[in-house]
Design a protein around this ligand. Sequence first.
Ligand SMILES: Nc1ncnc2c1ncn2[C@@H]1O[C@H](COP(=O)(O)OP(=O)(O)OP(=O)(O)O)[C@@H](O)[C@H]1O
Length: 847
Amino acid sequence: MGSHRNALVAAIRQELAEARGTARAVLAAAESARGEAQQRRRLVREAYATCLSRLAEAREATRADIEDRYRGEAARLAGHLRGLATVSATGAAGAPWKLWAPSEPAPGWSPGLLRIGTISFDGATPLPGLVPLLDVAHLHLSGPPAILDEVITGLLLRALGSTRPGEVELTVYDPERLGGTLGAFAPLGPRIVGPGGLTALLDETVEHICSAAVRESWRLVVLLADRATTEEMTRAQRAQLDRIVRTGVGRGVHLVVRGLELEDHAAVERIVVRDRVATCASLGRLEVQLDPPPPAERVAAFCRETAGRLCEGPPPARLADLEPARTWAESSRHGLIAPIGDSTDSSLVEVTLGDDPPHALIGGPAESGKTNLIHTWLGSLATRYGPEELALYLLDFTDGEAFARYVPGPRDPSWLPQVRLAGVNVSGDREFGLAMLRHLGEELRTRAQAAKRHDTDRLSGLRGADPGGHWPRIVAVIDEFPALLSGRDGLADEAAELLEDLARRGRSQGIHLILACQEVSGIQVLWGRPGLIAQFTLRIALPKARRVLADDNLAASVIPRHHAVVNPESGLAGANRVVRLPDAGDRTAWRAVQRRLWRSRPSGCEEPRLFDGNAVPRLPSAYRPSGRVPSADAPVGSSPGAVLGERIDVAARPARLRLGRMPGRNLAVLGTRTDEACDVLAAAALSLAAQGPAHFSIVCLEPAAERAAARLVAELPAADWYDSSDVHFGPSASDVPRYVIGYGLDAAGPPHRPALRTLLTDGPEQRIHVLGWWRGAGRLRDDLAGRFDPIGAWVALDVHGSELAPLYPQPGGPLWYPRPRRALFFDRSVHRTPEVIIPYEVNSDHT
Ligand SMILES: Nc1ncnc2c1ncn2[C@@H]1O[C@H](COP(=O)(O)OP(=O)(O)OP(=O)(O)O)[C@@H](O)[C@H]1O
């Protein structure tokens, strides 16, 4: 029993041991599985954490990117909006009060939006908060009345300040304060309507809307309604108000209302104000931080000033107002019509140049605005008629440079394409005036002949018969013309004759004259020539002008500054038209117009000829022996021409002295002006050297001329030099022409006179010519023993006409009063009378 029990115990022990072993093994396996699971869990957790952080990073990066893009987009959008806002509310309509000033609308302007405050936008610079009014909307405002009144004051100031005085009419219904609410606008005389006046106001406004055929201004009806107005509003009043809401905007009638409901309509812009923040129907959810009210003193000053301007009437037209809708669209076939200003009712006043009236006379005292009028007229013509239709010749005998603006200058390369010729600073050079008249005389002849060929006698006929021809109307303007006519000499007589001929026959050939002058005496020059003055049927008299209009026509003495009387019937009383003249003095504005016209010039349109009396022409390079020097065997012309200076003519041609193989073909330059004498001799020698092979002998007996003579020698291809140490007047004959260029020849003295006389007398036939400078006519006479035959041509500098008598065929000598940089040139083989020339600048340090 005991052993059985022992065996059982042992067996049980065995089983227990096995079971324990199995359990341990299972435990170990379970623990290992748990360890693995934990490991896996850790890995998963770690992976999860990594994922999370990556996701967070990606999210951050995307968010930052989105934010960047958003900010960029927002800034771009804000920029666009700001640009749009600037364009939509320019000048007084949109400027903050700090910078506010009334702004005159430009021509063609149409009303934009009006600023009431600012819109803040994501930390960016705030945008202006704008609302529509003129031409677009009625405004309905709700909120605290005091703030609304401030907003309305600001809106009215902006609307009035961005339009022309008088263009916006103000009516204020203010039953509570009887106009006191908008009292700052009192100087403008708004219509104030008190309690009991609403019906009449609405009826009258509806009537105005129905009757306004053409809208020329706006009417703002401000309704500042109180509680009683709302409560007592009748159905009839409501009906009228609704009618205004529906039909007013199209007729320029706008309501600005607070305290009263307006019916829903597309034209009603609702502005709701809370705590100085407004929302507006047109701005959606954007909130507008309201501007403070405009400073009271600014409103008062604006209203005072505008009231003053209203009393004066509308401002005169500006130069830009005279411009046509289309540039160069007019034909000048039958005449030239252009406005020069406006009348007091703002309608433009046009003047005509054509068959009748053909020519104009402008008169007025100094500083009365003649030049300004000419600029205005030319500007008006030049924008209407292109270079094929109009050619301008301008001459200014005043001391100014008024016409320089029309030609290329150092700062502006543009020119007015219609200008063919402009003379400035010509007061000392009447010869240029004469040259212009001669040129126009030639043109007149050409036109008359062409017209005759086409069996017509006037420009309109010629243009019809010869449509391919170039027959623009010509307008020649001569400011301060008496300077040209008043001298008692041949020049004045010829100028007057040419002028009379042009005035008489030019009318039918499309050549028109505009003469201007200030002095009564100037006009008297014309009155002394009834045939001439009779042609100037268009008279334009500036304030206080005398003798321009008929004697019994006193209009010019009563017109104010910057006005003119235009009279196309020779100044007869009854044909006056008073015109307000624009200010044409703004060079920048003019330059913009001119540049525009210049860029549109047709190809081949040449630069105008400018004659500037104060400028010294340079010897053109064509007359210098630069480049290839003619070889000794090159052909020599039979009479090479020595260029002495520039002729005072339209084409700026050089004055030439032909030096043929004939007796007397020598030149004497007379006078004491060393520089000019040297320039004449140098120009002559250089131009001869440029024409063919020649030999030069330079004889310099005047120390002051040595430098100039030496420079000449340096530039000449072949030259000998002689001075007081080896004076020599016997150059041997040769195959090529020889020229003796003498500086201060009178200094040679008696011992050399016989040789000099022989050379002067016999030289030319052997092709030896003397071009010499004598420092006075008396010294030349001494050298020649009173026999001037060998001197066939002379150039006089500061030598009076009477001293030149022995060298001149007419008794008494030529009429000549020396002037700086001008010389009198006489060649007995070609001239009947001497001509004035301008010695070229040759030896200056600039050349
Ligand atoms: N319509 C105008 N509006 C404004 N300013 C003007 C007007 N007309 C002339 N002026 C100014 O008046 C001044 C004199 O004008 P302008 O030179 O045209 O007179 P003028 O009669 O030609 O003088 P002068 O006889 O001395 O040559 C100038 O400063 C010019 O700018």
